[in-house]
Every structure is written in C-alpha cells, then in structure tokens.
Design a protein around this ligand. Sequence first.
Ligand code: IMP
Length: 184
Amino acid sequence: MDIVTVKDKRFRLSIPAQELQQAIRRVAENITEDYAGQQPLFLAVLNGSFMFAADLLRRVELPCEIAFVKLSSYAGTDTTGAVRELIGLNTDIEGRPVIVVEDIVDTGLTMQHLLGLLQARNPKSVDVCTLLFKPEKLKVDLDIRYAALRIPNDFIVGYGLDYDGFGRNLPQIYTIIDETADNQ
Ligand code: IMP
C-alpha cells in the first residue's frame, strides 16, 4: 500500500521496511563495535521510539540494559518549545555509558533538553542514536553519533511516529502528501 490516510491527511510511502531494517542493522553493528567491552544502558524515548528500539536492540550484540523514558508535550505537526519533564527513569545512570534511542531529531530541542537532564545525573558518557534525522531543521548544536537515516524536512508518520496519535503502527515510513488534503 503506497498511499495511506491517517486521520485527515494523506501520506505516501517514503522509506520501505527493507530500507529501514538495513539502516538499523548498520547502526546496531556500529554500536556493537564502538561499545565493545562496555555495558551500555539504552534509554528509549517513548512513545515514538518503541518500534525502533525493539528492532535495534535485538541486533546489538553486547551485554546491555534498556529503560524507557518519556518527555511530554508535543502535539500535531509542529514542535512546541515547552519545558518538559523526564518520566520513568528509575535506573541510576551515574558512571554508566548511556545511549539515548530516539525516533527522530527534528529541531533538536527535545534532544537538547533531554541531554541536559541526563548530564545532571553524571553518566560516564551519553551518545544519541536516532532512527531519523532532519538536518535542515536542526536549530541547536547537537552531536548525533548515530543517525540511521537522514531525511528531508517533510512531516512523516509510521514505524512509531505519529500524526496526532495515529499512524504509529504502520510498519513503514510515510511522508505527508499535502497539508491541505482535508480541504480538497
Ligand atoms: P524536535 O524537538 O523538533 O527535534 O522534535 C522531536 C520530536 O518531535 C520527535 O521525538 C517526534 O515525536 C516529533 N516529530 C518531529 N518531526 C516529526 C515528524 O515528521 N513526524 C512525527 N513526529 C515528529
């Protein structure tokens, strides 16, 4: 199915499952190599990263732990600059190598905020691993060590990413066709 409707908008297939899995395999191999001899703690940021985290982690060949955290207040097709809290981190990260697993880095504001919260807990190191990265939209200075795929500016859904809460269950990534499909 190359065109899908999510709520009131139409999307076309842009990253098929096979391309996603290839990119994830590459990143998993890089992490396995770079972290040899260490026991990283993966922090998967909910909700968007749940599918990516599941596929990534089953390919990482290291002794490791995974925890799921959440930062809130994002709605619709734009990012708010609101202050967000970190929920769900019950593991002590002091002195540990941490890898943050995100679905997408867009403006980078969410990741910058999250990294600040994590650094305050004195981890040994923090690396960012994102499935998708929109380099043209980045607004802040961020070091993204692992980005599985670089994509253009367009709004996307699927494979964990949502439009207004819907579309996360799509197994592939779809790009918005027209922002005004609901008016046509
Ligand atoms: P940032 O703070 O602008 O980098 O946005 C990060 C968050 O915005 C991601 O974790 C996503 O939840 C959401 N987001 C950004 N771009 C998209 C998109 O194209 N589709 C769906 N969600 C997005």
